[in-house]
Design a protein around this ligand. Structure first.
Ligand SMILES: *Cc1c(COP(=O)(O)O)cnc(C)c1O
Length: 316
């Protein structure tokens, strides 16, 4: 199991690439949420999401251990993060993307000089291909969440919150495969277990919610939520036990609640956050946290959204 010391070690190695992101406060959203609301601004992180934290921690290590290339199977934030850090370290990267990946995402990966290979439409097709490519080239496949170095890297978000918001009562975190929340849980609960940590999933991507209910890893068939970073169909085998052990609560939000939260954050705070981030604000705005008058820190996990798509979300 990942320990606090692993996260502290990650902190000591990733900050040449990773930024300490700001904490933002909004009195208007605080009033709407009946809590004192803060955002942890990973939408302004290098590559536009927290994924660069885990990717940097992992890729630096495998390169130090002799890997001569890396691969990943994601057109989203993880793919961008792996492409970016590989380019920084001067190591070739191949990112395996689905046939229907959007041009804006492919362009971001290209900007970071990675090779793009197209394969199928599902991660079940992409992951074996990315592993095979790694195998052929003395490379290493970089998983998106189910890996101790990835989890430890993501956990540095938790260390930053502890340092920046001394009197935080509740931290609210989006849950996909569980890399981010398992890292944050380890950082926070092994430092100050009185701080509550609440996870949020879309109703349309409730695999961790179901897994907690059944007390074992449970899959959903597929997910169509607009929160594309949370479309995983089951929690990880390393991340889920951490969630089971430490998580205070997991709440669900609806698609229109996610959209509305994005809208409010843009309108009131002038910040562009992607749907996968907005689930945390959606939970706070719709009374799902079950608390009032507390210092609540919502993790704004990323800000990567195609602007044309963003517009189309609000034109009906
Ligand atoms: C990947 C991602 C998540 C979910 O993180 P997991 O580690 O898979 O739980 C949340 N928000 C954004 C913006 C992401 O890119």
């Amino acid at each position: 199991m990942v320990k606090l010391a692993d996260i502290q070690q990650a902190r000591d190695t990733i900050y040449d690439v990773v930024k300490e992101t700001p904490i933002l406060h909004s009195s208007q959203l605080s009033a709407l949420c009946d809590n004192n609301l803060f955002l942890k601004g990973e939408h302004v992180q290098t590559t536009g999401s927290f994924k660069i934290r885990g990717a940097t921690n992992k890729v630096q290590q495998v390169v130090e251990d002799g890997a001569s290339s890396v691969t990943a199977a994601s057109s989203g934030n993880h793919g961008q993060a792996v492409a970016y850090i590989a380019n920084q370290l001067g190591v070739p990267a191949t990112i395996v993307v689905p046939e229907d990946a959007t041009t804006s995402k492919l362009n971001a990966i290209r900007t970071y000089q990675a090779k793009i290979e197209t394969c199928g439409t599902t991660s079940a097709e992409r992951i074996p291909r990315a592993k095979e490519l790694a195998h052929k080239t003395n490379g290493v496949f970089i998983p998106p969440y189910d890996d101790p170095l990835i989890m430890a890297g993501q956990g540095t978000v938790g260390l930053e919150i502890l340092g920046q918001l001394k009197d935080v009562d509740v931290v609210v975190v989006p849950v996909g495969g569980g890399g981010l929340i398992s890292g944050i849980l380890t950082a926070i609960k092994e430092t100050d277990p009185r701080i509550k940590v609440i996870g949020v999933e879309p109703e349309l991507g409730n695999d961790t919610y179901l897994s907690l209910q059944k007390n074992k890893i449970t899959s959903i068939t597929s997910s169509t939520t607009i929160a594309d970073g949370l479309r995983t169909t089951q929690p990880g085998s390393l991340t889920f036990p951490v969630v089971q052990r430490y998580l205070d609560e997991l709440v669900l939000v609806k698609e229109n609640e996610i959209k509305n939260a994005m809208y409010m954050v843009m309108e009131r705070m002038k910040q562009v956050i992607e749907p996968s981030s907005a689930v945390t604000v959606a939970a706070a705005m719709n009374g799902k946290l079950g608390i009032t008058g507390k210092n609540v820190c919502c993790v704004a996990s990323g800000g990567n959204i195609d602007l044309v798509k963003l517009g189309s979300l609000f034109t009906e």
